[in-house]
Design a protein around this ligand. Structure first.
Ligand SMILES: N[C@@H](CCC(=O)N[C@@H](CS)C(=O)NCC(=O)O)C(=O)O
Length: 293
């Protein structure tokens, strides 16, 4: 104790200078990360820079809305690059993009923007009423099923998820202090967080069974042709199937044959648009947490 005190006393000015240098470096680094990036200089033209969380060896990306947007980009063959700097997005949510000088958040707003820019309409074959039905299904999954999965992963399955993200003890402590509390707060506000674990698990199972009924024996939610709603559905339900702890009954249901139409549907989208799925997971497994594909 005395030694430490003496050391501090003798080196006061060096320690103060060191603290100033570290503080200034952190400040400048943060400013530099937030700086306005220039298309053609910092990133290529006509390429979507997709800011995302790191992936893991279970799924190419843990973000439901990242999987949605990335599936959309793949279906429409839009050139894109992943950027794992996911902070500082305009809506403080992930994903967000940079594209030809425009920075934008929210997967749906991004899809609508790209649709306009690139003259894409995955729903063009639908009538007005069918579009509205597709929208309702999408919002059900994004605004309800999504939160059930957030609860399942980040409240009930917290310890397992720490293993999924390959967290060291220190990282797990950091995530518990900052992320878990945030998730619990969001879940309480949305309402889902007011239910018991058992109630949530029953809701997930019921939800998946309802989805199975809506899908029926169609190839995609709205029929033979893939639509935007399928991107959203894949984004959410792929997480339940591939990146949710094993003891979740919803996850178990999608590991069994009981909802065969749903598992076949997920496989159909994965096999058609994610031919490199296994390579991505293998690369993530080798590198630890990140997958830079
Ligand atoms: N409506 C947004 C939702 C995005 C969203 O909720 N992203 C989650 C990750 S899946 C997120 O960023 N959560 C962090 C936070 O809310 O602080 C979209 O479609 O992009």
């Amino acid at each position: 104790m005395d030694l430490t005190r003496d050391f501090i006393k003798d080196n006061k000015s060096y320690l103060a200078a060191g603290a100033v240098v570290v503080g200034a470096t952190c400040f400048l680094y943060k400013r530099w990360r937030k700086r306005t990036r220039i298309c053609g200089v910092d990133y290529p033209k006509d390429t979507v820079i997709l800011h995302v969380f790191p992936g893991n060896k279970y799924i190419p990306n843990m973000g439901h809305f990242v999987m949605k947007l990335e599936t959309y980009l793949r279906i429409n063959k839009i050139p894109y690059q992943l950027d794992f700097n996911y902070q500082n997005g305009p809506k403080k949510k992930v994903p967000w993009i940079e594209y030809n000088g425009v920075t934008m958040g929210d997967s749906q707003l991004i899809i609508e923007y790209l649709n306009k820019q690139l003259n894409i309409d995955m729903n063009s074959h639908l009538s007005k009423q069918e579009r509205a039905i597709a929208w309702a299904v999408q919002k059900w999954l994004e605004e309800y099923t999504y939160w059930l999965n957030v609860f399942t992963r980040w409240v009930i399955g917290w310890d397992d998820m720490m293993r999924y993200v390959n967290a060291t003890k220190l990282m797990a402590l950091f995530y518990t202090i900052f992320m878990k509390r945030q998730a619990v707060k969001y879940l309480y506000t949305v309402g889902v967080g007011r239910h018991s674990n058992e109630e949530i698990q029953e809701m997930v199972v019921k939800d998946l069974k309802q989805f199975s009924e809506v899908l029926g024996d169609k190839r995609f939610i709205m029929g033979e042709t893939i639509t935007e709603t399928d991107c959203a559905a894949f984004g959410i339900i792929s997480q339940i199937r591939w990146c949710t702890p094993e003891n979740c009954p919803g996850h178990k249901l999608l590991q069994s044959d009981e909802l065969k139409n749903v598992t076949a549907y997920l496989d159909r989208i994965k096999d058609t648009y994610w031919a490199d799925w296994d390579d991505i997971l293998a690369a993530a497994g080798k590198k630890g947490i990140k997958n830079n594909y």
